[in-house]
Design a protein around this ligand. Structure first.
Ligand code: ACO
Length: 457
C-alpha cells in the first residue's frame, strides 16, 4: 500500500465554552493576559456528564456515521489519551461497543501526555504498511479533557476528541521519508496524583522543553529533507521555515505556537551560518545570536522579539489558518495536533491538493515528532474519501457557533463537579452540560461496582 494517511476526520468538542476575555475579568488579571498573552479566545469545558470514554465514543460514532463506514471494515482501532479514569480497562475497549459484531480489531490505548494520539497514528500507519495488514482500515481516536487547578494554567485547559480513518491512497498522506523524533527525560508536566485530574506543571520548564524539542526535530528534519533521495520528498534549495505550505503545532495555547514557528527561522539562520552560506536579508536581525549557546536562547526576550518580527508575515500565511479551532476550544492534549489538521482541512479543503503540511506533535515528559502530510487527490475515486468531502463534513464554524457561552463561575462549578465525581461510585452525574449536541454520548451512571453506563442524546 502507498500514500497511507488520513482518509476522513471527525472532531468533537463540548457544547459549552467560556470566553477568555470574560475569564480575565473574573480572575482579576490584566486585560489581554489570556487573549493576547496566551493568544486564546475561548475555552471548551464540560461538567460531570462527560468523561474520556463518552467524548471518544461521540467522535468515533460521528466518524462512522458521517462517512458511512461499515464497522466490519475496521481492522485496527487505537486511542491516544492522557485522561485516565481506569488504570486497566482502556478506552479502546469501551469503543468496541460501536463496532457491532466485529471483534477482530487490533490496537489499544496509548497513554502519554499530549503525544499518545501521534503514537497511535504512527502505529496504525506501520500496521497498514506491514506484512500483517489484512486490507482493512485503521481508526485513531485522540481525546482529552484538559483541566488545571486554579491559577495561571487554568486558562490553558480545553476539551475535545478527534477520530481519523487511516488507509492507503489517502487525501492526506503521511510522508514516511521525512520524520524526526525528540525523546528525553524531563519533569515538565506530569500527573502523579491518581485522586485528581489535575497535573503538576512547571509552566516555564514545559515551554523551554517544547522549544528545545522543536529546535531538535526541525533541524534534523531539514537535514533529512535536503539529503532525501526520494524525488517527491527532496528539496533542491535549503529547507526553510517557508518550504512547507503549512505548519501545524501541538497547541497548548497559541502564543507558544507563534514562538515555536518563529524558532524555525532561528534554526534556518544558524543552519545557514554553519553551512557557510550568506544569511538571507530577512534573517539579518538574527545575526547577533548566530553563535550564542543554544541553551542561552530559550529565555532571551530580545531574541524572541526579533524572531516575532522575522516570522510575522509567514506565520499569518502558513500557520494561522490551522490555529482557529485550537484558539476557540483550548488545549485538547493528544487531540490538539489532530484538531489543527482538521481545522486546516476545514479552511482549505481541496486547495490542499499538492500542499505539504509539516506537523509537530509535543508531549511532556517528553516525546515529540515532526512529520509531513501531503495533500493529494486519491488515485481511485471508488472509496470516495477526498479533501472536499472531509471539509464539507467538518463544518467547524457552524458547530462552534452552535455552542452555549457560559461564565467563568460556571467553569469553576463544572470543574468542582468533575473533581467530586472523580473516583466516585455509585455516582449519578448532575452538573453541566444540560444541553448536549444531538448525537453526544454521555455518562448515564457509575454503578456501585464502578462500572460505567453510557447513553446517547
Ligand atoms: N496583555 C498582553 N500580554 C500579557 C498580558 C497582558 N495584559 N499579561 C501577561 N502577558 C503576557 C506575558 O508577557 C507573557 O508573554 P511572553 O510569553 O511573550 O513572555 C505571557 O502573557 C504569559 O504570561 P506569564 O506571566 O509569562 O505566564 P503565566 O504565569 O500567565 O503562565 C503558562 C503561562 C506558563 C503558559 C501557564 O498558563 C501554564 O503553566 N500552562 C500549562 C503548561 C503548558 O501548557 N505548557 C505548554 C507545553 S506542555 C502542554 O502542552 C501541557
Amino acid at each position: 500500500p502507498t500514500n497511507v494517511g488520513i482518509l476522513a476526520a471527525e472532531v468533537y468538542f463540548p457544547s459549552t465554552y467560556v470566553d477568555q476575555a470574560e475569564m480575565e475579568k473574573a480572575n482579576g488579571v490584566s486585560s489581554g493576559k489570556y487573549t493576547i498573552g496566551l493568544g486564546q479566545l475561548e475555552m471548551a469545558f464540560t461538567g460531570d456528564r462527560e468523561d474520556i470514554n463518552s467524548i471518544a465514543l461521540t467522535a468515533l460514532a460521528g466518524l462512522l456515521e458521517k462517512f458511512s463506514i461499515d464497522p466490519n471494515d475496521i481492522g485496527r482501532l487505537e486511542v491516544g489519551t492522557e485522561t485516565l479514569i481506569d488504570k486497566s480497562k482502556s478506552t479502546k475497549t469501551v469503543l468496541m461497543s460501536l463496532l457491532g459484531d466485529n471483534q477482530d480489531v487490533e490496537g489499544v490505548t496509548t497513554v502519554n501526555a499530549c503525544y499518545g494520539g501521534t503514537a497511535a497514528l504512527l502505529n496504525s500507519i506501520a500496521w497498514i504498511e506491514s506484512s500483517a495488514w489484512d486490507g482493512r482500515y485503521a481508526i485513531v481516536v485522540a481525546a482529552d479533557i484538559a483541566v488545571y487547578a486554579e491559577g495561571p494554567a487554568r486558562p490553558t485547559g480545553g476539551c475535545g476528541a478527534v477520530a481519523v480513518l487511516i488507509g492507503p491512497d489517502a487525501p492526506l498522506a503521511v510522508n514516511a521519508c521525512a520524520r524526526t523524533t525528540h525523546a528525553c527525560d524531563v519533569w515538565d508536566f506530569f500527573k502523579p496524583d491518581m485522586s485528581s485530574e489535575y497535573p503538576r506543571v512547571d509552566g516555564a520548564l514545559s515551554q523551554s522543553c517544547y522549544l528545545r524539542a522543536i529546535d531538535d526535530c526541525y533541524s534534523r528534519f531539514a537535514d533529512k529533507k535536503e539529503r532525501s533521495t526520494d524525488a517527491a520528498a527532496a528539496t533542491a534549495a535549503p529547507y526553510t521555515a517557508e518550504s512547507a505550505d503549512h505548519f501545524l503545532f501541538h497547541s497548548p495555547y497559541n502564543k507558544l505556537v507563534q514562538k515555536s514557528y518563529a524558532r524555525l527561522f532561528f534554526t534556518d539562520a544558524r543552519r545557514c551560518s554553519a553551512a557557510g552560506r550568506p544569511l538571507p536579508p530577512h534573517l539579518a536581525p538574527l545575526e547577533p545570536w548566530l553563535d550564542a549557546p543554544l541553551e542561552d536562547t530559550y529565555n532571551d526576550v530580545k531574541l524572541a522579539a526579533a524572531l516575532k518580527g522575522v516570522a510575522a508575515a509567514a506565520y499569518k500565511a502558513r500557520v494561522a489558518p490551522g490555529c482557529v479551532l485550537s484558539q476557540r476550544i483550548g488545549n485538547t492534549y493528544t487531540a490538539s495536533v489532530f484538531a489543527n489538521i482538521a481545522c486546516l482541512v476545514d479552511r482549505e479543503g481541496a486547495a490542499l491538493d499538492g500542499a505539504r503540511v509539516a506537523v509537530f506533535s509535543y508531549g511532556s515528559g517528553a516525546l515529540a515528532t515532526l512529520y509531513e502530510l501531503v495533500g493529494r487527490a486519491p488515485t481511485s475515486t471508488a472509496a470516495g474519501f477526498t479533501l472536499a468531502r472531509m471539509q464539507a463534513s467538518l463544518a467547524l464554524d457552524e458547530r462552534l457557533a452552535a455552542r452555549e457561552k457560559l461564565t467563568a463561575e460556571d467553569l469553576s462549578a463544572a470543574l468542582a463537579a468533575r473533581a467530586a465525581a472523580h473516583d466516585a461510585a455509585p455516582f449519578a452525574p448532575a452538573y453541566l452540560p444540560q444541553r448536549l449536541f444531538p448525537g453526544t454520548f454521555y455518562l448515564a451512571e457509575v454503578r456501585t461496582d464502578a462500572t460505567r453506563r453510557y447513553a446517547r442524546v
